[in-house]
Design a binder for this molecule. Sequence first.
Ligand SMILES: [Zn+2]
Length: 413
Amino acid sequence: MPAPYTSDLAEQLADDVLARFLRYVRVNTQSARGHNGSPSTPGQLGLSRMLVDELRAAGLDDAELDQNGYVMATLPGSAGAPVIGLIAHVDTSPDAPGAGVEPIVHRDHPGGPIELPRKGSVVEPHDHRGHDIVTSSGDTLLGADDKAGVAEIMAAVSYLAANPGLPRPTLRVGFTPDEEIGEGATLFDIDRFGAQAAYTMDGSTLGEIQDETFSGIAAVVRIKGVDIHPGFAAGKLVNAARLAGRIVAALPPDLTPEATSGRDGFIHVYDLRASAGEAVIETIVRDFDDEKLQGHVDVLRRIVDEVAASEPRAQIELNVEPQYPNMRKHLEAHPEVSAAAERAIRAEGIEPINEPIRGGTDGSMLSARGLPTPNIFAGGHDFHSVREWVSVQDMAAAAAVIVRLAGEWAAPG
Ligand SMILES: [Zn+2]
């Protein structure tokens, strides 16, 4: 049975997308939290330099890597055409092993689970019978997030560069570092990029177009107790670890990521370090609605205040910092941006899926800073784990969608 490509164009792009993808995932580009400088790890520069060389080889002569690790390049369109951006991130998640990735291509997937050679890892690609599935060897992540997006953009712009007769706007390519640690948009030079709208290729399932993300806040509770030798502690010890335990236990159990889905937000306690003398509770607070988001922060604040009031000898403080905004309010003024992507997805024979992202993307910050940037599927699944997988046919479909999107912007309306 022939592999299920969405179009002849996708089939034509598939070999190039896969070859690039297999090359890129072998470079260790894991980002690291708590490191100074951009990018946070030197491995990312290895891939970024490779991409600059490949962009130049494809004819994007101005490709360059800036001092913060951002790659930008131009594929010129006809005079007067709009300038449209294509963005993906080169880094991979720090949450699973990312060094020494050895990708495996499982041709013509017969359905059912795929057992990987290492660590007993099992991948379950649902609804992908007959596809060519790429996995890791089982002991590392794959890096489809977001090297699938990088490979799709590279294959699409190379194809467009080699076929100058195809309609297209001026395309600006941007590859960012450190998306996984929330810094991908931080040093992105929007003025130099010079696009009127852009797309991140960083979604998951075939057909996804996302123009709504969570709004995110980081909330950290710091507790200072009074640490005394337990043998002499009567009436004096104020145990920060116990106070931290009371705060965490008092958080509503239905306001967690494990108990919510769809449009409901949460408070997620992701790190807790505690001793008798000091404790730190690190949380992220998420919602699609800014008022509800504030409500969740108020819940946390009320609990912190109650515990603080019950033990005045302790010092307890709550630190709240905005992380990223829901992109919807910034995209509403530019409905043509998502509409062009939906038409391109339909032109590839795929029904668009528009569901809000329970997370953020580089596009959340970029949209807030004035560059409308919705997110398009890149094809990967089970991100940030050793079970990560991607279908070659889905990556080829995404690359074909980019080619069709270029056509949409060349002839708007
Ligand atoms: Zn990503």
